[in-house]
Design a protein around this ligand. Structure first.
Ligand code: HEC
Length: 189
């Protein structure tokens, strides 16, 4: 790490979280149950949460074999916040909460980046990672800044495009991480 890890402040996001969780609330008790015709839906057929919700709650990338465990743990320490930020960003975009979008995008943009290895450096985490990893780190910061700029304009179609581009960078880097050889020659975008 070339930069100090700043304590990133979690946004006062109770309202956003409430929105994000709204789909998971238990149904209201059926007060007129005795007068109703027999229910065709059993309790089992009403899932508690959306498909994939469990996977999202425990978001983890599978461990690639090319990177030693110690290196993966160092990366993980800097990564855990991304998933949550991206979900809150999505909610803010959908709900047209421009100020929240701007703050969250700035938060993503200020994620500490891993320093590029010096020529000939070996034995450090940076020296184990492909060059593309560092490009995508920079791209993430640039696209997160672009998203904050878009939020300031309050132009919703621009904001949602910026979100899509940011998500592309997340996916590109995870793909590089899991399959570094397949991505060695990918163009910048
Ligand atoms: C420069 C590369 C890079 C970028 C860009 C990137 N990630 Fe990651 N991400 C990683 C790596 C490497 C890991 C695996 C680290 C590990 O083992 O935890 C990871 C892991 C994760 C995890 C699993 C958390 C964990 O502790 O394993 C989540 C969730 C995640 N990233 C979300 C995101 C989101 C959302 C974005 C975009 C806003 C993003 N990442 C952008 C490289 C990146």
């Amino acid at each position: 790490m070339t930069r100090t890890v700043k304590q990133l402040r979690l946004l006062p996001c109770a309202a956003l979280c409430a929105l994000a969780c709204a789909g998971n609330q238990a149904p209201a008790p059926a007060t007129a149950a005795s007068a109703s015709p027999p229910a065709t839906q059993t309790a089992d057929s009403a899932p508690d949460s959306a498909p994939g919700a469990e996977a999202a709650a425990q978001a983890n990338l599978p461990a690639p074999e090319w990177l030693p465990l110690e290196a993966r743990e160092m990366l993980s320490a800097g990564m855990q916040r991304h998933g949550e930020e991206m979900m809150l960003l999505l909610v803010s975009v959908m709900m047209l909460q421009h100020e929240d979008t701007e703050l969250l995008a700035q938060q993503v943009a200020s994620t500490p980046r891993l320093g590029r290895p010096a020529p000939g450096e070996s034995g450090t985490l940076g020296s184990l990672l492909p060059a593309r990893f560092f490009e995508l780190q920079d791209e993430l910061q640039a696209r997160a800044r672009a998203m904050a700029d878009a939020a300031r304009t309050k132009d919703d179609s621009r904001i949602v495009r910026a979100y899509g581009q940011l998500a592309e960078t997340c996916v590109s880097c995870h793909s590089v991480y899991l399959n570094p050889d397949e991505h060695a020659d990918l163009p910048g975008d």
